[in-house]
Design a protein around this ligand. Structure first.
Ligand code: IPD
Ligand code: CA
Ligand code: CA
Length: 265
C-alpha cells in the first residue's frame, strides 16, 4: 500500500477509535478539570482518546512524531512525518452533553498536511481527505456550497477561551458578520466547523485563536472539497498561524472585506 493510503487508513482508524471512546462515555460520569482558565476544560476522555490515537499510529508508524493537544510533542525517531491530533475537539460541549464534538487526526509530511480525518461519533460521520484525493464524508465525495453572496450565507465562528482578556476577541467581528450574513452559528468544535464548510452545510467559517490540532485535518478537507482557506487578512493559511477564514471560495473576498472593515479589536 502507498504511504499516503496507509496514512489515511490509519488516520481514519485512529479517529474512529477515539470517537468510540467518546461514545462509550456519553451519559456517564467522568473527571473534568480546568486548564489555564475556568472556561478551558480537559476531561479524562480527552486523555484516553489521545492515548488511543497515539498507540494506533505508533503501531503502524513507530518512527513518526506527533503534536497532540494534551501531551504536546512526541519526538520522531527518524524522518519528517508528524501527526497533528485533537483527541476531542469540542470538550466544553462534551462535558455538558451537548452533541457536537469529534476527534481530529492529520499527518504532515515535510511540513505540509497530506491526510486528515475528523470523526463525529454522535452522527457516525467520518470526514476525510488526502492531498489530491478529494474530500469525503463516509464513502461519498463532498463539495463546498455554491452560495455566491455573503448576504445569503450561513456562517460559523468560535471564541477563544481567553475571550475576557483578548483584544481581538471576535465580538466586533461577530457583530459585523451578523449584520451582513444570513445567519451565524457557534457550534463549538472548530474541526467540525471546517468539515461543515467542506460539505456545504456552512458557506464560511472564521476564527482567530486556533491551534494546529483544531485546523490541520479540517483545513485539508475544505481545500480538497474545493473550498478556500486563508489567514484572516486573506494571506496564505498555515496551521501554525492562529487565524483562519474558510469558505466556499465565492464569498471569500466578502468575508475578508468584512473582517477588514471590522478592524482588529
Ligand atoms: C475548541 C473548539 C472551539 C473553538 C476553541 C477551541 P477544544 O477546542 O474547537 O470550537 O472555538 O477555540 O479551542 O478545546 O474543545 O479542543
Ligand atoms: Ca480543539
Ligand atoms: Ca481538544
Amino acid at each position: 500500500m502507498k504511504e499516503l493510503d496507509l496514512a489515511l487508513k490509519t488516520a481514519i482508524f485512529a479517529a474512529r477509535l477515539a470517537g468510540g471512546i467518546q461514545r462509550d462515555y456519553t451519559g456517564k460520569n467522568f473527571d473534568v478539570s480546568s486548564k489555564k482558565t475556568r472556561t478551558d476544560l480537559v476531561t479524562e476522555v480527552d486523555i484516553k482518546c489521545e492515548e488511543a490515537i497515539i498507540a494506533a499510529i505508533k503501531e503502524v508508524f513507530p518512527d513518526h512524531g506527533a503534536l497532540a493537544e494534551e501531551k504536546g510533542e512526541y519526538a520522531a525517531a527518524s524522518g519528517n512525518r508528524r501527526w497533528i491530533i485533537d483527541p476531542l475537539d469540542g470538550t466544553v460541549n462534551f462535558a455538558h452533553g451537548f452533541p457536537m464534538y469529534c476527534s481530529s487526526v492529520a499527518m504532515e509530511a515535510d511540513g505540509a498536511v497530506v491526510v486528515g480525518a475528523v470523526y463525529d461519533p454522535v452522527r457516525d460521520e467520518m470526514f476525510h481527505a488526502s492531498l489530491g484525493g478529494g474530500a469525503w464524508l463516509n464513502d461519498k465525495p463532498i463539495h463546498v456550497s455554491t452560495t455566491p453572496q455573503l448576504a445569503d450565507s450561513l456562517l460559523a465562528t468560535g471564541f477563544p477561551y481567553t475571550i475576557r482578556t483578548e483584544v481581538l476577541n471576535n465580538l466586533t467581528q461577530f457583530s459585523a458578520f451578523a449584520m451582513r450574513a444570513q445567519a451565524i452559528r457557534r457550534p463549538g468544535a472548530a474541526a467540525l466547523d471546517l468539515c461543515y464548510v467542506a460539505s456545504g452545510r456552512l458557506d464560511g467559517f472564521w476564527e482567530f485563536h486556533l491551534k494546529p490540532w483544531d485546523m490541520a485535518a479540517g483545513a485539508l478537507i475544505v481545500a480538497e472539497a474545493g473550498g478556500m482557506v486563508s489567514s484572516d487578512l486573506g494571506g496564505s493559511f498555515s496551521v501554525y498561524k492562529p487565524a483562519v477564514v474558510a469558505s466556499n471560495r465565492l464569498i471569500h473576498q466578502q468575508m475578508i472585506d468584512t473582517l477588514e472593515e471590522a478592524g482588529r479589536e
